[in-house]
Design a protein around this ligand. Structure first.
Ligand SMILES: [Zn+2]
Length: 100
């Protein structure tokens, strides 16, 4: 989607940059469209990974050392003491994850 819609490359150029055939690129792009549409319509998260890219998406929250549960909290900070929302343990760490 970045190559085709953001950088404006055509399918042939995009496929070459990704090192795949045009039919494969077409299938990958269609799959990306379906996933993004689903995320937009149903309000799901879009996780981006693999390859080299930059993004401003980040996950902020806490993780529990007791039950390994992780949850998002936009107001999370190292100073704020919280208990796990799942098991109520106070053995909780602050979590910032950048999707880059
Ligand atoms: Zn827990």
């Amino acid at each position: 989607m970045r190559l085709k819609h953001y950088l404006g490359l055509n399918q042939k150029e995009s496929a070459e940059r990704m090192g795949v055939s045009q039919p494969t690129f077409s299938r990958i792009l269609e799959s990306a469209h379906q996933k993004n549409t689903l995320a937009l319509i149903e309000g799901k998260k879009i996780l981006i990974y693999g390859g080299n890219f930059e993004t401003k998406l980040s996950f902020k929250g806490y993780g529990c050392n007791n039950c390994n549960h992780e949850w998002e909290d936009p107001d999370a900070s190292r100073e704020r003491k919280v208990n796990c929302i799942k098991c109520n343990s106070n053995n909780v760490y602050h979590l910032i994850r950048e999707y880059i």
